[in-house]
Design a binder for this molecule. Structure first.
Ligand code: SF4
Length: 116
């Protein structure tokens, strides 16, 4: 099977063509660098995404956050539920951990902007 996808590794957005056998990428073309090859291989076998959002502070002010690393794509909804239910004391500083283990993925959610 052939899958076409656009690499999200950088703004160039290379158009990738991936030959897939038994749920694995056996060849990748169209990539300009190694990031595209790795992206295609991961996207075929176990797609992941960074999640960016806001956690509400106890004072009612939203605090920008993101997952420290990418999480499995099929867990994004659960991660967003944890983010929605979390509350942060202020002040919040860049790098503060808002959630230590989002939805049991083992991935922390961290503050991306100083607030308060
Ligand atoms: S393959 Fe490399 S150059 Fe092309 S979009 Fe992905 S990261 Fe950017």
């Amino acid at each position: 099977m052939t899958r076409n996808m656009i690499c999200i590794g950088c703004p160039m957005g290379c158009e990738l063509t991936v030959e897939v056998e038994d749920g694995k990428a056996v060849s990748v073309t169209g990539n300009t660098c190694g990031i595209g090859k790795k992206y295609a291989e991961t996207e075929v076998s176990a797609p992941t995404r960074m999640v960016t959002s806001t956690v509400m502070s106890e004072a009612g002010i939203p605090v920008p956050v993101k997952t420290r690393t990418a999480v499995p794509k099929d867990r994004i909804f659960d991660v967003m539920k944890d983010i929605k239910n979390a509350r942060l004391p202020l002040p919040a500083r860049i790098g503060d951990v808002a959630i230590t283990d989002a939805a049991g993925t083992g991935v922390a959610v961290v503050v991306t902007k100083d607030v308060g």
